[in-house]
Ligand binder design. Sequence first.
Ligand code: M6R
Length: 359
Amino acid sequence: EKGTYPYYMLKEIDDQPAVMRRIVQEYTNTLGETIIDEKIIETITASDRIYIVACGTSYNAGWVGKALLEKMTNIPVEVHLSSEFGYNMPLLSEKPFFIFLSQSGETADSRQVLVQVNEQGFSSLTLTNVVGSTLSREADYTLLLHAGPEIAVASTKAYTAQIAVLAVLAKAVGDNKRNQFSLDFDIAHELSVIAAVIETIIDEKMLISQLVEEYLTTTRNAFYIGRGVDYYVSMEASLKLKEISYIQAEGFAAGELKHGTIALVEEGTPVFGIITDKKTAAHTRGNLKEVESRGAHNFVIALASLSKETDQFIIPDVHPLLTPLVSVVPTQLIAYFATLQRGYDVDKPRNLAKSVTVE
Ligand code: M6R
């Protein structure tokens, strides 16, 4: 129930700290060890490549999952769109393991891939929010997101829950492989920190609302840019913005702008830069300068330790691998307020259904 909230989306954004804590409770013990079915851990450990298959927001979460899994397990990970993968399957490795990400567990595009995966006898795992959903029943294994019902068409807490559960899974497999990075990673602690940081970001929602009024009320288009995980979050941030506010938004790899896209930047074009990665911060700042000199209205979302005084929104530091769990939150609020201010229905955007059951 949405209770006193004007829209489910806002409630679901607000739910995220509780969801992070629930995931810690469900998937770790008091010693800080992960609780995941041994069979899942052994099967992934024995695989030579992980294929993440998903659509929309779940696909965007998959890219962050790739970063986590590769770092902690040393197993190569590919991320694919279900609707492409099913009909143009790449050459598979010898021992593939499939991970399906689906909030609803009912997405037809993903199901058609799972049907083929089962026909070929490959192992599979579904991460879903819905107990007993089709993708859960038809895959070998299931991990639940424990996010509680997600009603708004725009997915928010399922995205962060997927990333958190993938982090737990990466840790479980990484520990099994005695990966040092994984052994040193205190997942329960880090996710608890994340929960608290998400709360502080949500507390600043009125600031975001004001900024959105300044940046997005009349614009026709907007861009998100970033590198690495910041690029992955840019893709998600722009999907959120376009699907509910109808502002034409795109997420770009910051370094790729100068190879073509920068031609779209005009006087006043809002460009949101996401900066949470020390390795690439200076380069992304350079790219922001380039667009600024062509008239862009820059909006920088930066991690505190990498921030500058002129940045519009600053996020407290969290573990470097988990920054998407916090950097995405201001972008969810940006999409929410842009939609509200433009007078559209936040929870029920035109032309869209909550779960897409046709291919
Ligand atoms: O239920 P699923 O996670 O399989 O759904 C996938 C997409 O349809 C979904 O994430 C969609 O992109 C959302 N409306 C995005 O907010």
